[in-house]
Design a protein around this ligand. Structure first.
Ligand code: PEP
Length: 250
């Protein structure tokens, strides 16, 4: 049985004060940590304050990106060790917004994935097709290229620590959620690909989250799909009640 993982990607939202307020509301909520794992990923500037606010809570902390070098003259960048020292257990890698606006490639995703694993972080690796790629029937080839690129050179032991987030780009922030069948089809494809590359043990244990306009009113049906092991939530994670409704969705 794979434990569900619900992660909130706050993107570039929340000042320190706002972040602490939201984290405080979330930390006060109760959940069955045997059934679901909850992670929140605030901006870098909020990490330390949110980590302090989460003390005593079972909610885990994640970051939205990292740089692959360990330290040095890389102005503006944040290393994996820095994230660990700020209390992060997770890091999102290769989000489509980073691919679209910040020149992220399959090669840089691979470098970041290796750096995260070396530092002991749990990576959430994002993959997903653009609308025109889906319309041209290229969804599987795009997702396969992204996964093979991200995991290039990684052993099964390393790969099994990763979570994959399938996030169709056309569904992110648009309100146009993938249907449960569409999501299951791609999640099943991803699991079969992981099985081909790494074998049964990794494929059966790896969590594959869905992301893209997941909300309280569509979460249950998506999460009921056999290969959907959680959600990566953007917009709906910015409000405690809407995020928690997804955490509680069965
Ligand atoms: C995301 O950016 O990872 C995401 C899923 O966003 P939203 O839920 O707003 O579509």
């Amino acid at each position: 049985m794979r434990k569900k993982i619900i992660a909130g990607n706050w993107k570039m939202n929340k000042t320190v004060g706002e972040a602490v307020e939201l984290a405080r509301e979330l930390a006060a909520k109760d959940f069955d940590s045997g059934r679901v794992q909850v992670v929140i990923c605030p901006p870098f500037t909020d990490l330390t304050a949110v980590q302090e606010t989460l003390q005593g809570s079972r909610i885990e902390l994640g970051a939205q990106d990292l740089y692959w070098e360990k330290s040095g003259a890389f102005t503006g960048q944040i290393s994996a060790d820095m994230l660990v020292s700020a209390g992060c257990a997770y890091v999102i890698i290769g989000h489509s917004e980073r691919r679209q606006y910040f020149s992220e490639t399959d090669e840089t995703v691979n470098l970041k994935l290796v750096a995260a694993l070396q530092a002991g972080l749990n990576p959430i690796v994002c993959v997903g097709e653009m609308l025109d790629e889906r319309q041209n029937d290229e969804t599987e080839s795009v997702v396969e290229r992204q996964i093979r690129g991200a995991f290039a050179g990684l052993t099964a032991e390393q790969a099994q620590k990763a979570v994959i987030a399938y996030e169709p780009v056309w569904a992110i922030g648009t309100g146009q959620v993938a249907t449960p069948d569409q999501a299951q089809e791609v999640h099943g494809f991803i699991r079969a690909l992981i099985r081909e590359i790494y074998g049964d043990a990794v494929a059966d244990s790896m969590r594959i989250q869905y992301g893209g306009s997941m909300k309280a009113n569509n979460a249950s049906e998506l999460l009921r799909q056999p290969d959907v092991d959680g959600g990566l939530i953007g917009g709906a994670s910015l409000d405690a009640e809407s995020f928690w409704a997804i955490v509680k969705a069965e």
